[in-house]
Each structure stands twice: as C-alpha cells, then as structure tokens.
Ligand binder design. Sequence first.
Ligand SMILES: *[C@@H]1O[C@H](CO)[C@@H](O)[C@H](O)[C@H]1NC(C)=O
Ligand SMILES: *[C@@H]1O[C@H](CO)[C@@H](O)[C@H](O)[C@H]1NC(C)=O
Ligand SMILES: *[C@@H]1O[C@H](CO)[C@@H](O)[C@H](O)[C@H]1NC(C)=O
Ligand SMILES: *[C@@H]1O[C@H](CO)[C@@H](O)[C@H](O)[C@H]1NC(C)=O
Length: 449
Amino acid sequence: MRCFKNIAPVVLLASLASATLQIVPGATWTATNTGNHIQAHGGGITKVGKTYYWCVIGEDKTNGTSFQNIQCYSSSNLIEWKYEGALLSRTSSGDLGPNRVVERPKVIYNKATKKYVLWMHIDDSGYAEAKAGVAIGDTVCGKYTYLNSSRPLGFVSRDMGLYVDDDDKAYLLTEDRNNGLRIDLLSDDYLTVKQATYQWKDSIEAPALIKKNGVYFMFGSTLSGWDPNDNKYSTATNIAGPWSAWKTFADSGSKTYNSQTTFVLPVGNNFVYMGDRWVSSNLMRSTYVWLPLTISGTTASMKNAVNWVLDASSGSMTSGPSENVYEGESATLSSGAKTVSCSGCSGSTAAGYVGGSSAGAVTFSSVQSSATTRSTIRIKYLNGDSSQRHANVSVNGGISQRIAFVPASGDPNSSVLHADLKAGANTIKISTSDGSWGPDVDRLMVPQS
Ligand SMILES: *[C@@H]1O[C@H](CO)[C@@H](O)[C@H](O)[C@H]1NC(C)=O
Ligand SMILES: *[C@@H]1O[C@H](CO)[C@@H](O)[C@H](O)[C@H]1NC(C)=O
Ligand SMILES: *[C@@H]1O[C@H](CO)[C@@H](O)[C@H](O)[C@H]1NC(C)=O
Ligand SMILES: *[C@@H]1O[C@H](CO)[C@@H](O)[C@H](O)[C@H]1NC(C)=O
C-alpha cells in the first residue's frame, strides 16, 4: 500500500509546520530528490492508506510527445513531491514501443483483488488506433504489468479518466471522437469494459468525475488541441443520467486560467482542480495548474490564484500569504554574477551570470520572516534556453537544494523553493558550481509569516 518507504509518523506535526507552504499554479515544481521539474503531465492522484500519503502519476514528457515513462511521485502534504520511479517504461516494440502515444494514465485500487489498476490512452503517433490500455500492479508506485489494449465496446477512445463510486463500481470515462463522451462500467476486477452507462453527444475530452452530496460532476474541455479553452462541467444525480447541459466553471474567457482539466482531487470535504498548462512546442516545460474548486449544490466554480495554502490533512484551502519582495539586482552579487537588463523584470533588471565557470552567486542577506516555519518562496526568474536550467539554493548556510527552472523568456516565471525560515533575518544564496548557467534572478517573493 505504501508509495514510499521512509514514512515519518508525524502527520499532525507536518500539517502544523506546513502552514505557509503554498501551491503555486503554473510554476516550475522541482521534485525534492531529482532537482528536475516534475514530469507527471496528464496525470491523476491516488491516495494511499489511512494516513495522508498521495501519489501523483502522470506522463514523462522529458523528450516530447512519444511515450517514455509513466512516472510516480509521492507526497505527504500535496506540495513537496519525491520521485518514486516509473510504473511503465518504453519497451522495444508493441503498445509501449518507440514512437507510441501513451497518455492520461490513471490508477485506482481494487479492494477485492487488492491490485492497483492503471488505465491509459494507447495510440500510434497519428492517433488512429484510439484505444484504452490496462496494466496491473501490487503497489501503487511499483512496477506494473501491462496487459492489453482495446477499443472500449468497439468505440474509438482517446482521452480517458477513471471513477470509483461509493459502491466500489468503477467506470472508464472515454472520449469517443465519432460519437461523444462516454461513461462505461468496468468489470468487478476493473480489467475490462463491461457495458455502456451514459453517452453525451457533445465533443468533450480530458474527463474527470467526482461526486459530492449525491451529485455527480463531470469536468472536461472542448477540443482545441494543446491550446486551452473554457472547460466545462455537467451534473447528474444518477451516473446513468440524465446529465445537465455543459456550463463553464472558471472565469469566462480565461480558458480555465490557461489550463486543461486532468483530474479533480477530493481532500477532506473539498476539491482541488488539477489542470495541465501545456507548452506544445516543448512539452517537458508544461506546468501544473492546481486551484481550489468550489462545489455547492449543483454548481462548480473556480477563481485564479498566484498562490494558495492547502492543508492536506483537513482539506482547508486558504488564500496565499502576503509577501515581501527582494530584488535580484539589490542582492549581493559575487564570483562573476552581475546585473543584467531585462525588459520584463521588475525595475527592468535582474541578477544574471549565475553559475557558469566562476560559479556566480546571488546572496539575499536579510530575508525577513515573522515566524520560524517551513515556507514556499517564489523565485521569479528568466531562462532563455530551450531546456531546464538549475541552481543550488542554500538557506542560512544549510544543505543546498537543487532547483529547476524551465524555459521562460520575456516575462519572468516562478520556480518554487520550499525551505525552513527562522523568525527574523534569513540568508538565501542561489548559485551553481557545476559549470552550467543558472537562471537570471528577477526577485524573491517571500511569505511574511
Ligand atoms: C510564463 O510567463 C508567461 C508570461 O507571463 C506566461 O505567458 C506563461 O504562461 C508562463 N508560463 C507558464 C508555463 O506558466
Ligand atoms: C531523452 O533523450 C536523451 C537523448 O537521446 C536520452 O539520453 C534520455 O534517456 C531520454 N530520456 C527519456 C526519459 O527517455
Ligand atoms: C486484458 O487482460 C485481462 C486480464 O488478463 C483480460 O481479462 C481481458 O479480457 C483482456 N482484454 C483484452 C481486450 O484482451
Ligand atoms: C547541489 O545540490 C545537490 C542536491 O542537494 C547536492 O547533491 C550538490 O552537492 C549541491 N552542489 C553544491 C555545489 O552545493
């Protein structure tokens, strides 16, 4: 059942200490043990055990669209993620072979067989096969055995999702490009598609289904390729219908804050919307847009946020803290780091030449916090390359963390740093000594408490 081995028995303490850890939608999210941007695109979250551990499972887009791995990361707070390994990896031939499409992996647990069941979209590079594949595993984040693929009940199937109802019946949510979006009942072992439950005539992909107080909510997007659109939802009190007409839930015209639904996660009595902000020209740099989703009666609504606070043990969701701002060009620049001009940056300047052969460093020496607590700091940066840059960040002289910075040019993007701050003044040093260039640092956004 566990998705990682060294589980510290301090769930309550961890939740208290994580008061100012934040979710920052659309930022670079570095896995704690890889130093790289998390690769779990088009994914979903599987909750493990009675205590609060989650695994995010999604697509590795490190090298573009072709299938590489289905990756698993674990977390006890839904904010700091550790890479656990690949559930499935590319094989020499077959469904998981070279130049294949394997998308939207989702994992559910079958209580009767005690197996984890993984369904995924299986296709050729031209999306002509349009099948759903299934694999099985003994542990959520371990290796899975790939079983087979098929067109559910004979219909084409592209984007897909899964839903397990209160009675343990499980459903495949499948986009049938010729006929609309479908809900199909799975067999008791969850390994085969048994019968049609409902079908919308509307063209909707990226499906995700939840239920609150007896009302089912199906979320999805209309069809606009990798580009975002105003995603929609439909409701019903019976999974077999009738289902309502589709309505938008984010601000109209915002294109769901530039994202596409992949999953909706229940946490306590609340729900987290999980979307992908795809960057089609360089899919590895696609980011994760997770936001609080308000469900009330038969209505769903969602506002945008730069940052917000999620208590994973209670499900409480609150707005982000107020922040102090520290400009890169006002920090101490040493070993070759120097001020560079940057039209999109605040003050039109940033700290540049970080890293390189002389290990240029930017040191912020009086970063204030009113509390001794673990905090999420946003590093606003630029990276004009087409691949990730990295830097090592040390807080108050402690052990360096390797942080990733996906490409960002023009306007700065954020990369998140989770670190222990002490009450009073803190020192944060950003550098790298491996000879590579780090990002240009525009500014640090630091929670006040
Ligand atoms: C980075 O910032 C630019 C400009 O603000 C924005 O258009 C883009 O969506 C951001 N990238 C990501 C991955 O969020
Ligand atoms: C990506 O491609 C590089 C170069 O071909 C290769 O070394 C690396 O293993 C690939 N990564 C994945 C995840 O397939
Ligand atoms: C896939 O494998 C499962 C488990 O062996 C089996 O029950 C199912 O019939 C297979 N489906 C297809 C389409 O071959
Ligand atoms: C950078 O951080 C990584 C990961 O914590 C660490 O292994 C490495 O030694 C650090 N490098 C430097 C130069 O501090």
